[in-house]
Design a protein around this ligand. Structure first.
Ligand SMILES: *[C@@H]1O[C@H](CO)[C@@H](O)[C@H](O)[C@H]1NC(C)=O
Ligand SMILES: *[C@@H]1O[C@H](CO)[C@@H](O)[C@H](O)[C@H]1NC(C)=O
Ligand SMILES: *[C@@H]1O[C@H](CO)[C@@H](O)[C@H](O)[C@H]1NC(C)=O
Ligand SMILES: *[C@@H]1O[C@H](CO)[C@@H](O)[C@H](O)[C@H]1NC(C)=O
Ligand SMILES: *[C@@H]1O[C@H](CO)[C@@H](O)[C@H](O)[C@H]1NC(C)=O
Length: 394
């Protein structure tokens, strides 16, 4: 009884402290406890000296105040990573620098990167969506039109017969991957914009490119996740100034396997290369190799990041799973296939760029490389989520 009263008193104090602030302040004394008590809480890891953090602060506060009135309320919090006692707790979340915004769910059991913009409206819209259910039910044609964005990847669970375990697995997966994909579910495949009717529970991935949709019937969580990740990487991702292509570039960057980049000037060289490169990409389908076709202008920062330059285009660049790099500057369309074959056969000399050895394990390095590229290089538009500390390990 005594214990209970003490706990109740502690909780009351916590609630009181938090009530006075729109953005909750977390530190090493209450971080774990507060995260473990909430189904969803958003935490910004910041440093007072960082300019991006300072710019973000008023917008984050404004968003927090709007979202505190949302039903259900969304809690926004922050943690100062420069306070010594907080630093150890924050370390795993600031590998790419500050500010770093993470979404903690289910008492901190799952953690996702915030992938929205840094503008007030963007933060509100993103977190409203992510505060709602992970998968939306489609009951009518109108629901389908509202919930399915034809320009995005949408994963649909189709359940013509009741199978509780499959529904639970689908929901678990949706919770896990909701930041990267939209999820919907329905009893009736007829309501979906593409694909035929099904009589068994089915996962249908809808995408605006390549084969447009793909079905899958295995409801084991790992199998569904692999299916979604593999199916969503386009045969050839396009990097240009069209923001709608961005999500596919991100799937490319995070895909497992070797990455092939071809950079050229879209206004002069696209016609000569496009079909040959696409055919090459197609011939490597299922062989753990993914392809990106980038405009030299849009890819300028990426090129610089790799120590290359737009005046060396048309340029083909390979980044292998083991982070080895190969490059051929001023490549000709007819040489793409033979060059890539030599590269795969180990006949080429790697391209070296001086690089500090990161102290993380290989898996972390790969994640850091993909996220750093995504943040620093490919998403560096006005609304992009540029990080305050530059990492240069590629
Ligand atoms: C966490 O503890 C700090 C320091 O005691 C306090 O300023 C802050 O308000 C607490 N946060 C919450 C949400 O209770
Ligand atoms: C940081 O990540 C490592 C490895 O995943 C884990 O063992 C450790 O507990 C994490 N630290 C904190 C403070 O969460
Ligand atoms: C649900 O997922 C678990 C974990 O992947 C798996 O063991 C189980 O077989 C799945 N259930 C169904 C009905 O597929
Ligand atoms: C692409 O070609 C056009 C036309 O020749 C030229 O104006 C533009 O500067 C080139 N872009 C780059 C990045 O070299
Ligand atoms: C990282 O990969 C390299 C070669 O791919 C291997 O030699 C090394 O042991 C790996 N390191 C760790 C920590 O897994």
């Amino acid at each position: 009884m005594m214990k209970f009263l003490v706990l109740a008193a502690l909780l009351a104090v916590t609630a009181f402290a938090a009530e006075n602030e729109v953005v909750w302040t977390l530190d090493h004394t209450n971080y774990s406890q507060i995260i473990s008590q909430h189904k969803m809480i958003v935490v910004q890891f910041y440093a007072p000296w960082c300019g991006y953090c300072q710019q973000l602060e008023p917008k984050y506060e404004e968003a927090a105040s709007v979202l505190s009135n949302h039903d259900p309320p969304v809690i926004l919090a922050k943690m100062d990573t420069t306070i010594l006692e907080n630093a150890e707790l924050a370390r795993n979340f600031t590998i790419n620098g500050v500010p770093s915004i993470k979404i903690f769910r289910n008492g901190g059991k799952t953690v996702h990167d915030y992938k929205g913009t840094r503008e007030t409206e963007g933060i509100i819209a993103y977190l409203k969506k992510h505060g709602g259910p992970a998968s939306l039910e489609i009951k009518t044609e109108k629901d389908a039109a509202t919930f399915i964005d034809e320009k995005k990847i949408v994963v649909a669970g189709i359940f013509p017969q009741l199978s509780l375990e499959k529904i639970i697995n689908f929901t678990t997966l949706a919770e896990d991957l909701r930041v990267d994909y939209d999820f919907v579910h329905t009893l009736d495949a007829k309501l979906l914009p593409r694909g035929g009717l099904v009589d068994k529970p089915t996962i249908r991935l809808l995408k605006p490119y390549d084969e447009l949709y793909a079905d899958f019937e295995d409801f084991q969580i790992e199998a569904m996740q692999n299916f979604i990740e593999e199916t969503s990487v386009p045969i050839m991702a396009i990097l240009d100034d069209n923001p709608e292509n961005q999500q596919f570039v991100n799937h490319f960057l995070h895909s497992p396997g070797d990455k092939v980049f071809l950079f050229l000037n879209f206004s002069t060289d696209l016609d000569a290369f496009k079909i040959k490169y696409y055919d090459l990409a197609l011939s490597y389908k299922g062989k753990e190799t993914n392809f990106l076709l980038g405009d030299a202008e849009s890819g300028k920062k990426a090129l610089q990041y790799f120590g290359l330059d737009t005046d060396q285009t048309p340029l083909i660049f390979v980044l292998t799973m083991g982070s080895t790099k190969y490059v051929q500057r001023h490549v000709q369309p007819d040489n793409l296939a033979s060059w890539l074959k030599d590269c795969k056969d180990g006949k080429l000399k790697p391209y070296l760029k001086s690089q500090p050895i990161p102290e993380f394990n290989n898996e972390t390095v790969k994640v850091v490389v993909a996220e750093t590229l995504e943040d620093m290089v490919f998403n560096s538009g006005k609304d992009g989520f540029t990080v305050g500390v530059l990492s240069t390990w590629v």
